[in-house]
Ligand binder design. Structure first.
Ligand SMILES: [Zn+2]
Ligand SMILES: [Zn+2]
Length: 243
C-alpha cells in the first residue's frame, strides 16, 4: 500500500498546508482518506487525477475532512465520469454530503449524472469492504454532528490506521495496535484543545500503540512553531510512504 499525504494541515490553512486529504493506493485501486475542502487543489498540485479515485473514506463530517466532496462530485459530472464512486463515512453521510452540495451549488445534488455515487455508512467496530481494501471503524471523541470515527484500513497483510480528529480515547490503542503505519492527529504541541490531540499526549502513549511507524498530521500553528522540539515524524504535503 502506498500512502501519500496530499493535505496534512489543520482546518485553517496554517503553514500553507492543505486540509486533510490522504491518498491510499493498492495495486490499481485508489482511495482518498478524508477529503477536506482544499482537496481538489491538493490533488492537482500532486498530479493526482480525481477521476481515477474508486472511493472516499471519511472519518467525520467537518468541512476540513469532507468539504471537498461537492467539488469532487461536480468535477466528475462535468468531465463525464462513468464508473461508480463509493463514499463511506459516519451515519448520515449521504444527507450531509447532499446538504453541502445544495448549500454550495444549489440544485447540484439533484442533477442527473452518468455515474453513481454509492454511499456506505460505517458502524462502530463493524468491518466493511470497498475498493480492494477492508476498513474497521472505531468511534472516537470529536463533536461533528455524526459519530466520529478512526479508521483501520487493511490491504493484504498491511495495515494503515488513522485517528481522524479526536481527544484522547483508549480506542486509539485498538486502532494503532501492530499497524504498519499509524497516522495520528497532533493539532497542538502540549496545549489541551477539546476534541483534539496534542503531541505530548500522543507521545505519552507511543510505546503502548505498538505500531511500526507513527506519523503525526493535522498540525496546527502551535505544533508547526515547535517542530524543532518534536521527536516524531511529521507529515507534510507531498510525503509518500510505502507500507
Ligand atoms: Zn474535525
Ligand atoms: Zn480537522
Amino acid at each position: 500500500m502506498r500512502v501519500t499525504f496530499l493535505g496534512s494541515g489543520d482546518a485553517f490553512g496554517n503553514g500553507g498546508r492543505h486540509q486533510t486529504c490522504i491518498l491510499l493506493e493498492t495495486g490499481t485501486r485508489r482511495v482518498l482518506l478524508d477529503c477536506g475542502a482544499t482537496s481538489m487543489l491538493a490533488m492537482k498540485r500532486q498530479g493526482v487525477e480525481p477521476l481515477t479515485l474508486d472511493a472516499v473514506l471519511l472519518t467525520h463530517l467537518h468541512g476540513d475532512h469532507f468539504g471537498g466532496l461537492p467539488f469532487l462530485i461536480l468535477d466528475a459530472q462535468f468531465r463525464r465520469r462513468t464508473q461508480p464512486l463509493v463514499i463511506a463515512g459516519p451515519t448520515g453521510v449521504e444527507y450531509r454530503v447532499l446538504d453541502a452540495m445544495e448549500m454550495m451549488f444549489p440544485g447540484s445534488s439533484r442533477t442527473g449524472r452518468r455515474f453513481e455515487v454509492q454511499y456506505l455508512e460505517l458502524e462502530n467496530r463493524r468491518p466493511a469492504a470497498l475498493a480492494g481494501i477492508s476498513v474497521k471503524p472505531y468511534e472516537v471523541v470529536h463533536a461533528s454532528g455524526a459519530p466520529p470515527l478512526a479508521l483501520r484500513v487493511s490491504a493484504g497483510d498491511k495495515v494503515v490506521a488513522y485517528s481522524g480528529d479526536t481527544e484522547w480515547t483508549d480506542a486509539l490503542l485498538d486502532i494503532a495496535r501492530a499497524a504498519d503505519l499509524f497516522i495520528c492527529e497532533a493539532y497542538t504541541f502540549d496545549k489541551p484543545v477539546k476534541y483534539h490531540l496534542d503531541y505530548r499526549t500522543v507521545m505519552a502513549h507511543r510505546s503502548a500503540f505498538g505500531c511500526k511507524r507513527l506519523v503525526l498530521t493535522h498540525l496546527g500553528p502551535d505544533m508547526l512553531a515547535r517542530t524543532a522540539d518534536v521527536d516524531a515524524e511529521c507529515a507534510y504535503d507531498g510525503l509518500t510512504i510505502e507500507v
